[in-house]
Unconditional design. Structure first.
Length: 128
């Protein structure tokens, strides 16, 4: 990947902060294991020295250069509500997602959105 393509990828990325690509992480780790200084490695892959230090620390802790897993956003529905959504649509195939959303209470809010119903049905392999 050329530098121009890499910068274009960063520009078009939806993430807030640019990420160092996996192949550059591997290169940086090789340079560090080869005895290069952190600042020199950072200059070579065009990133901050702190990023290289964090990369080294993450590799020591996990044995990988990939990002650590993150916790996802909490779900609005409980597993019981997901089953209710699935069974109600299996009983009535022509039921609209908005109707189901109106009668299903949310875990935190009084109601859930029709998009949530569509998402749960898609996860179950059904269509709204």
């Amino acid at each position: 990947m050329t530098l121009e393509a890499f910068l274009l990828t960063l520009k078009n990325s939806k993430r807030k902060m640019p990420r160092v690509p996996a192949h550059l992480c591997e290169c940086a780790l090789g340079m560090l294991q080869g005895g290069m200084r952190t600042a020199d490695v950072a200059r070579a892959i065009n990133c901050n020295a702190r990023t290289v230090r964090r990369l080294r620390q993450r590799y020591k802790e996990t044995g990988q250069t990939a990002d650590r897993p993150r916790s996802s956003r909490p779900l609005v529905t409980t597993p019981a509500q997901d089953r209710y959504i699935r069974t109600s649509h299996l009983r009535d195939r022509y039921r609209m997602a908005t109707t189901t959303a109106r009668v299903t209470p949310g875990k935190h809010n009084p109601s859930i959105s029709a998009q949530t119903v569509c998402n749960r049905l898609r996860e179950a392999g059904l269509r709204a």
